[in-house]
Design a protein around this ligand. Structure first.
Ligand SMILES: C[S@@+](CC[C@H](N)C(=O)[O-])C[C@H]1O[C@@H](n2cnc3c(N)ncnc32)[C@H](O)[C@@H]1O
Length: 175
């Protein structure tokens, strides 16, 4: 009985370790890609590039741990909306934002960003792979207000480029 329990626990531990190892190499817009996240300095540079201010509402599609949204709210006094499909990261970001006292400024939607209305955004912050970014373009054209700024970290979008911060791998587009 005890041996069986030890064996099962060992097996579970091996599976968890394998999942953690796999998560390091999983594609960055997969719900299983926890290691792909924005650093605070990158978020700061992104919002400087977008000239973020207190009248703005930033939508982060696939908000992960909401690091960028917390920078937007605490340093730029903007409002934030995070859309995240993966339950653990959604829950973790909610708790962190609440712990930091930013829950009035930042709201979360647990769901699929393809299905959510983006018309409330004045700025979008994106860290997603090119395939996903380009699949989102028709939705951007349909739902975003004229003048909405889109900042994409690392990957290009097939839209006319407005500005670029090469050092931080950031690109700004305007709808
Ligand atoms: C590369 S991570 C970026 C996380 C966060 N934006 C950051 O920069 O720290 C991409 C995130 O998008 C989420 N995601 C992928 N597809 C999604 C979808 N269709 N709807 C909502 N979230 C999605 C993943 O779960 C993951 O947390």
């Amino acid at each position: 009985m005890l041996m069986e329990l030890i064996f099962n626990l060992g097996l579970l531990l091996i599976i968890v370790i394998l999942l953690i190892l796999l998560s390091w190499v999983w594609p960055p817009d997969s719900p299983w890609a926890p290691r792909w996240r924005t650093k605070k300095e990158t978020a700061r540079a992104a919002f400087k590039l977008a000239r973020l201010g207190k009248k703005d509402t930033v939508y982060e599609l696939g908000s992960g741990e909401a690091i960028a949204l917390m920078v937007a709210a605490s340093e730029f006094k903007a409002k934030g909306v995070g859309i995240e499909i993966e339950p653990f990261r959604f829950f973790l970001s909610k708790i962190t934002v609440w712990r930091k006292g930013l829950n009035k400024e930042i709201k979360f939607v647990r769901g699929n960003f393809y299905k959510e209305d983006l018309s409330g955004a004045t700025v979008l912050y994106l860290y997603l792979v090119p395939q996903t970014l380009n699949r989102l373009i028709p939705k951007f054209r349909k739902e975003l207000k004229k003048g909405t700024r889109i900042v994409s970290y690392k990957y290009e979008i097939s839209l006319p480029l407005e500005k670029e911060d090469k050092k931080n791998e950031l690109r700004l587009y305007i709808i």
